[in-house]
Design a binder for this molecule. Structure first.
Ligand code: PRX
Length: 633
């Protein structure tokens, strides 16, 4: 696999990737194990959109993640597992053991009737079995749809139904910090409305008692125990779907982003090696949850494709105390550490004493992902965690891009705090203005698009190709639109400024304002609501909800508590508004559109210079919203 060594080489590779993309990607792809080599590197047009990489190939990603490493790495650790509770047993799984576990589960899934093309939903704790499950699905050609184990039963049911999943894999439950998540009970609730599910495979993880439906539910261990540890890898076409991952957008319903086999595979390893400058023998730790794209690409696929040792952590940064991350770095002598700005800010706020107790000298590369990293957090991370001598990569990418798009290459690209710096070779970002014209030159700002395909880009949104076209390929002709605003400095370095659509980024998680509004509006005491983001010290953005109630609210505190509890059941605790303000009306234009610009300003605490309000149907509404700010709970 191509691994860039210095900035001169980066520049040469970048130039080549633009002038001869076919040849460039052909070289990148040459190190993989192809059951049958592809005939064609790329075939595309963005109008429909149709994007096909490595057509004609037969390939299975698990042979590349596992089998091809066995000759050299059978006894090397593939997966390290650190449990939530420090005193619980940690695990170390070799490539040989991983192979056995994945194959056994793959055979188990087949026994339950799963086959190529079936959708399988994984709603599981961060346990090694979740990694086995992802890979077992890929082994037999089933499409995995991982649902983050913090979503509600309703969100789980919606996602199962959207993709008509045949099987659900879940567990009895697990602890996240001190909080117990009762996965089986939540699943049972969801299963009341998911007719496509035939069986539920249940992992015994916490050991707590659960309800068990003998006709439908199967214990993970009893199924897997009796299976052979050999399972042939399903020959997949390059463009066969590998997985679906749901993400929020500016409309109410989350969309199932679809990634396919060969292109995703090639880009996952290529980006992993080059961005983090992986070295043989490194211990690599990404703190994300596998329920998000970061976990898919950079806990499982990228590192395993590279034959690395990847650490999976079940817990949280602050349990049992704010030194947990650093204790784990010290325990495993982690070399590459990848986390989110929200975690850095939260730990920064707890003080240096938690850092100083631990030896962090093994660290060589630090990474950041999920949201813009502010200068203060960047400096703290660099100085106190990296001790001033680690590379720090601010990696910009999205669920839809499948892998890191704009980022320094660790130790190679000159860093600039808060800048994701330069695109990886093969990635052609452009900035566009309000008229859709490409903005040429440097020291400019615009909306971020990509004008040429890359192997791991989304291919469609599950069951709704039209939506994929509308959301990503229609705003600007012949370009993929990211939904992000972006600056390019005088040296051509990129800095992502945040979303320009109605999506808010809370602790690195994307939440559609419309989705939260729909949930609030479904409450029987609510007439209407409007949700906006506002700057939050730890989370990056917080959720601010303006709510019109259908009767006089006597006690705003208990009303807000009711709304929050309602959101937790409708979506999940991660979408709970930080602030709820009861209002008498919302600022609407004559055509009935809510003027969010004003609501955003008020949420930020700005009460004068609110801009032009002359197009409002009733400008006095704004005054009353400002006046009722005291009622925020
Ligand atoms: O707004 C950008 C922000 O996160 C969005 C993508 O969210 P999601 O699909 O959940 O994937 C997150 C993990 C890849 C982007 O549209 N974002 C992600 N990384 C950065 C970022 N914003 C600024 N800097 C980043 N490094």
């Amino acid at each position: 696999m191509i691994q860039i060594k210095d900035f001169e080489e980066y520049k040469a590779m970048y130039a080549k990737s633009v002038s001869s993309p076919g040849q460039f990607w052909d070289e990148v792809a040459s190190s993989f194990y192809w059951q049958k080599k592809y005939d064609n590197v790329l075939n595309w047009e963005f109008d429909s959109p149709t994007v096909k990489w490595f057509e004609g190939a037969k390939v299975n990603i698990t042979e590349n993640c596992i089998d091809r490493h066995l000759e050299k790495r059978a006894d090397q650790t593939a997966l390290l597992f650190e449990p939530n509770e420090p005193s619980d047993t940690a695990q170390s799984i070799t490539y040989s053991a991983l192979s056995k576990q994945v194959n056994k589960l793959a055979n188990g899934l087949k026994k339950l009737g799963a086959k190529k093309g079936d959708r399988i939903c994984l709603y599981m704790p961060m346990s090694p079995e979740l990694a086995y499950a992802v890979l077992a699905c890929a082994r037999i050609g089933a499409i995995h749809s991982v649902v983050f184990a913090g979503f509600s039963s309703k969100s789980l049911a919606d996602r199962i139904n959207d993709a008509s999943c045949k099987l659900l894999l879940t567990a009895d439950g697990f602890y996240r910090g001190k909080k117990y998540i009762d996965l089986k009970t939540i699943s049972d609730e969801a299963l009341k409305q998911t007719p496509s599910i035939e069986n539920v495979l249940v992992l015994k993880h916490s050991g707590k008692p659960i309800s068990f439906d003998a006709h439908r539910d199967v214990w993970y261990h009893s199924l897997v125990e009796t299976q052979s540890d050999q399972c042939p890898a399903e020959p997949m076409d390059a463009e066969d779907e590998l997985f679906i991952l749901y993400t929020s957008g500016s409309t109410g319903k989350p969309k199932g982003v679809v990634h396919t086999t060969a292109g995703y595979m090639v880009y996952a390893e290529y980006s992993f090696r080059n961005v983090f400058q992986y070295r043989e023998g490194d211990i690599y730790w990404c703190t994300a949850d596998i329920g998000w794209i970061t976990g898919h690409s950079y806990i499982i696929y990228g590192p395993l494709l590279a034959g690395a040792t990847t650490l999976m952590f079940e817990g949280t940064p602050t349990y049992p105390d704010a030194g947990r991350f650093w204790e784990v770095v010290d325990k495993y002598k982690v070399n590459i550490f990848y986390t989110a700005p929200t975690a850095i800010r939260a730990l920064q706020a707890k003080g240096l004493e938690f850092v100083q107790k631990h030896n962090l000298s093994s660290l060589r590369v630090l990474g950041s992902v999920g949201e813009p990293i502010n200068e203060e957090a960047w400096q703290w991370y660099h100085t106190h965690i990296g001790k001033g001598n680690c590379a720090l990569v601010d990696t910009w990418w999205q669920t839809e891009t499948g892998g890191i798009m704009i980022s320094p290459l660790a130790g190679i690209t000159k860093e600039k705090p808060t800048f994701a710096t330069y695109p990886l070779p093969g990635i052609q970002p452009v900035l566009v203005d309000a008229q859709g014209e490409e903005i040429i030159g440097n020291d400019v700002e615009g909306n971020l698009c990509v004008k040429f395909p890359w192997p791991s880009m989304l291919r469609t949104t599950w069951g709704d190709h039209k939506r994929c076209k509308e959301v990503y390929f229609s705003a600007y002709k012949d370009k993929y639109f990211t939904g992000d605003g972006c600056k390019r400095d005088q040296n051509g370095m990129y800095r992502i400024t945040g979303r320009v659509d109605d999506v808010i980024n809370v602790s690195g998680h994307r939440i559609g304002t419309a989705e939260v509004e729909n949930a609030i509006n479904a409450h029987d005491k609510v007439v209407e609501s409007a949700v906006v983001g506002y700057p939050h010290d730890i989370k990056g953005q917080g959720i601010y909800a303006y709510v019109i109630a259908n009767a006089q609210v006597e006690n705003p505190e208990s009303f807000a508590a009711e709304i929050r509890a309602h959101i937790t059941t409708e979506i999940g605790a991660l979408a709970k508004p930080d602030k709820i303000q009861v209002v008498a009306g919302l600022p609407k234009t004559r055509s009935g559109k809510i003027m969010r610009r004003i609501l955003r300003k008020v949420a930020e605490g700005v009460t004068d210079n609110l801009g032009d309000t002359s197009t409002l149907l009733d400008p006095t509404v704004v005054e009353s919203i400002i006046d009722s700010r005291a009622l925020v709970s």
